[in-house]
Design a protein around this ligand. Structure first.
Ligand code: FO1
Length: 320
């Protein structure tokens, strides 16, 4: 994999929303200039496999083999493995496709042989001809827990997939994060002498971006680097493009607006975020967000086509 210690741009991504912008950036920047770090708080063990949804969504997207209908897994998927599981009386709420299964088998085998998640991610990316470095936020175990208003603590995939994001959230916890360290290439990218921009992609602020930034040492490294951090709002016109971000905000008592996302980042990470990008639909929020001390630009952030992805990437890169 291309080294990350000379990278110019570091993109922080969760699942589908972040992966779209990561793809746009990968069309504008060469592998030596762009490192993508993915959230691993969604990871979980299922049927004996270690499953890394956000790493896989970004990897498949960069390899142009992602399932564009589902937003996760591989394109042209078949479900014979899942059908066979059902016949054996197994749960099938977490749908593993036949092609996707190969990734989980290889990753689990390699991890079982003692490789780190970073090493396995490099191996899988290489085998799928993904040239831009994709790294996990940490090689240690961090599990996002969704705390619900009726006092339950749900593993992320139980909340997101099994319970279809229905439970009312009250807080989030990241089990193991106190002991976690940034992955070696993540830290190397943060220490790159050529690093000139960190992009927070339009992913869920609570369960995709916060886990990455809350890995001990990350915020300190960003502060030391003094590199501008620009965040793209995942909320457009009061809605999340995909996923439960707006519903979570409502349940947390926050307005479901781009400005509320900006405020979350400013409150959680004072003096770290420099810029914020909102969609044309939220133009009237610009003043509110600038009042938070963020230089704010308005553009199209709804990425339907590949050109949309590239245009947004260029807009971000041209600002610095
Ligand atoms: N998301 C679902 O909503 N339903 C699924 O059955 C499902 C299966 C799945 C299998 C592999 C994988 O890598 C991701 C999968 N996801 C599924 C997405 C996963 O829940 C992610 O955590 C979300 O995309 C949020 O990032």
């Amino acid at each position: 994999m291309t080294a990350t210690n000379n990278t110019r741009c570091l993109a922080i991504s969760g699942g589908v929303g972040g992966a779209k912008l990561a793809l746009g950036l990968s069309h504008v920047l060469p592998p030596g200039d762009l490192t993508i770090v993915a959230n691993t708080g969604d990871d979980f063990s299922h049927l004996g496999f270690t499953i890394c949804p956000d790493l896989d969504t970004v990897m498949y997207t960069l390899a142009d083999m992602n399932n564009k209908d589902l937003g996760w897994g591989q394109a042209e998927e078949s479900w014979n493995f899942l059908d066979a599981l059902k016949r054996l009386g197994e749960d099938s709420w977490f749908q593993i496709g036949d092609r996707d299964l190969a990734t989980h088998v290889i990753r689990s085998r390699e991890l079982g042989l003692g490789k780190t998640l970073s090493q396995v991610t490099t191996q899988l990316s290489r085998d799928l001809n993904v040239e831009h470095p994709l790294v996990p936020m940490t090689d240690d175990s961090v599990s996002t827990i969704v705390c619900t208003r009726n006092g339950e603590e749900l593993a992320f995939q139980h909340y997101f997939v099994r319970d279809r994001c229905a439970p009312v959230v009250s807080a989030f916890k990241f089990t193991g994060i106190e002991r976690a360290r940034p992955s070696p290439e993540f830290l190397a990218a943060l220490g790159s002498a050529r690093l000139e921009l960190i992009v927070i992609c339009p992913s869920n602020p609570f369960v995709s971006v916060d886990p990455v930034l809350k890995v001990p040492g990350v915020i300190e490294a960003i502060r030391t680097s003094n590199v501008p951090v620009i965040a793209v709002s995942p909320i457009v016109g009061g809605q999340a493009i995909k996923g439960p971000a707006a519903k979570m905000m409502r349940e947390l008592g926050m307005p479901q607006t781009a400005a509320a996302v900006a405020r979350h980042y400013v409150e959680q990470y004072p003096d770290i975020i420099r810029g914020f990008i909102i969609d044309d639909a939220d133009r009237e929020l610009r003043g509110q967000i600038e009042a938070l001390g963020l230089s704010t630009t308005v553009t199209n952030t709804v990425m339907v086509t590949l050109q949309d992805r590239i245009d947004l990437a260029r807009h971000i890169l041209d600002r610095t």
